[in-house]
Design a protein around this ligand. Structure first.
Ligand code: CFM
Length: 545
């Protein structure tokens, strides 16, 4: 049977129209601003994307909540801090090990990752207040583990009843003396998505944790790796490469991180930012307070990894490091090129769609490009306009009531520790040679003209897109997985990686090529028919009939 002709004949404007056709006019008008035809020339198409705004009630969004962004995303991957969820048990249980951030207990053996700490709020705590229960939980955790730090995370009811979690944290910190206790007002409803939770986490970590360690860190070419969460072991692979190059990673925010790493971040000489969306606030604050410049990197994709390593080496400008980085790239690329050449005979020209949180929808396009695959459509769940259009748009971002809800903290240069890592002349020389600090161009420039960029994609639109464009693979999360597979299209989870990974770095690229090759080459989903599709007229009788 001839394969049905796909995609190309359809104009992006037609596809957009079809996605919006079912909505009531008001909903369609709002969604139209969140569906962008890249580099659109059509006069009616918007030149900017609407992002970081509330999901329309009734729409089944792919987003998560603010608590998820704070507790799950930023603080979750840290292994030796006890993270206590103050709230009903469901909030803790569903954030317990659901994100595949791996940890290695290290020499000290401290690893609380496998535990789930909750105050288990009950009806009476909601009515009479939960502060006493929180205090008792903190005490219990301290008595059991004597951790260096205890973090408290607010869930929705905590904000509604007004428990003062910060006062409790302060009291317990003073009582213990040897354990840093602090809290996050990251109630699920605090923002429009998990993005608000990132910002809240960044603020508190910077205020209460960064700089706490006063003992300088030794090492050559010291960097912080910001926005890398060690999903499926990505951080382990990046650390392997950095180590091989002779680069010292002082602190990862926050994959497999420790209390001590955060507390020593001020001793790095460069911040390398992987996930811009979740951690750019810390990058900026490290620069303001300590004078550490930041650059955007991407270790997803072998070529992107090589590029990022070269960028780090160029910053330090030391011939020894530059040569070492080149030697590592040459060595690692042998295997990468071998596998890429092989898979490309099968994957070249295939198509993908990516809808992930706030950076992977962009980063993973590099890996697909290395396999000769085209991205038809992509979007973020909760990123802001700068992640689409580049940081140049930041001054024009509309500050609405929801974003005003998230505290902006003022950071000033530290009177003792502020130390610009480069002289103005050195910075200028680098910039004149094309080096860009504090720069992220966003996803849009890397996507083809006419591709569809969609913010906060929902269940209905996901299925509709797949039906219209029939990609060879669809990438998103667990909530989307099964409905997509039912349409006959293979689905790859890019949050949890299903059970795969790592996909970062050189070895990660090899893993990804092989896995995607298998997925797009497999017909299993398109062969699968549900019983009711084959025998649509099933009849049944009741046993008593
Ligand atoms: Fe950054 Fe992330 Fe992402 Fe993110 Fe996330 Fe994640 Fe993600 Mo899931 S921090 S924005 S809030 S890269 S958990 S490791 S995969 S949505 S694209």
């Amino acid at each position: 049977m001839a394969k049905t002709k796909k995609v190309v004949q359809l104009m992006p404007t037609d596809i957009k129209e079809e996605l919006l056709a079912k909505y009531p006019p008001k909903v369609a008008r709002k969604r139209a601003k969140q569906i962008m035809i890249n580099e659109a020339t059509e006069s009616e198409a918007p030149s900017e994307i609407l992002a970081n705004v509330r999901t329309i009630p009734g729409i089944i969004t792919m987003r998560g909540c603010t608590y998820a962004g704070c507790k799950g995303v930023i603080m979750g991957p840290t292994r030796d801090i006890v993270n206590i969820t103050h709230g009903p048990i469901g909030c803790a249980f569903y954030s317990w090990l659901t994100r595949r951030n791996q940890t290695d207990a290290g020499e000290d053996g401290e690893n609380y990752m496998t535990y789930c700490f909750s105050t288990d709020m009950q009806d009476q705590d909601i009515i009479f207040g939960g502060e006493k229960k929180l205090e008792a939980s903190i005490q219990e955790a301290y008595d059991l583990f004597h951790p260096k730090g205890i973090c408290i995370f607010a869930t929705c009811p905590v904000g509604l009843i007004g428990d003062d979690i910060h006062a409790v944290a302060k009291k317990m910190k003073a009582k213990f003396g040897d354990c840093n206790v602090f809290a996050f007002s990251c109630e699920g409803y605090k923002g429009v998505s998990q993005s608000a939770g990132h910002h809240i986490a960044n603020n508190q970590v910077f205020t209460h944790l960064v700089g706490e360690n006063e003992e300088p860190k030794e090492g050559e070419y010291k960097i912080n790796l910001l926005g890398e969460y060690n999903i499926g072991g990505d951080g382990f692979e990046i650390d392997r490469i950095l180590k091989k190059c002779g680069i010292t990673n002082i602190a990862t925010f926050s994959g497999n991180s420790t209390y001590d790493q955060f507390a020593s971040a001020q001793y790095a000489d460069l911040s390398a930012v992987m996930c811009h969306r979740s951690i750019n606030y810390v990058a900026d604050m490290l620069e303001t307070k300590y004078g550490i410049p930041w650059i955007k990197v991407n270790f997803i994709g072998a070529k992107s990894t090589a590029k990022s390593l070269r960028k780090i080496a160029e910053y330090f400008g030391d011939k020894k490091l530059i040569d070492k980085v080149e030697a590592v790239i040459a060595e690692e690329m042998m295997e990468v090129d071998k596998v890429a050449t092989d898979v490309r005979t099968r994957t070249d020209g295939k198509t993908a769609m990516l809808f992930v949180g706030g950076s992977r929808a962009h980063h993973y396009q590099d890996l697909f490009a290395e396999m000769g695959m085209k991205t038809l459509s992509a979007g973020y769940e909760f990123a802001h306009r700068d992640d689409y259009e580049g940081r140049e748009v930041i001054p024009d971002l509309k500050v609405d009531a929801d974003s005003r809800n998230i505290e902006e903290i003022t950071v000033e240069a530290d009177p003792e520790l502020y130390n610009p890592r480069k002289t103005p002349e050195e910075l200028k020389a680098l910039e004149e040679a094309g080096y860009q600090f504090k720069h992220y161009a966003g996803m849009n420039p890397d996507m083809d003209k006419g591709t569809l960029i969609i913010d906060d994609l929902n269940q209905y639109e996901a299925e509709k897109l797949v039906e219209i464009m029939k990609p060879d693979i669809f990438c998103a999360g667990i909530k989307e997985k099964y409905s997509i597979q039912k349409t006959g299209v293979p689905m790859k989870q890019l949050h949890s990686y299903d059970s795969g990974g790592p996909y970062a770095g050189f070895q990660g690229a090899v893993n990804f090529y092989k896995e995607i090759d298998r997925l797009v080459g497999s017909k299993v989903w398109s062969y699968m028919k549900a019983p009711w599709q084959e025998n649509p007229e099933l009849t049944g009788t009741f046993v008593w009939e």
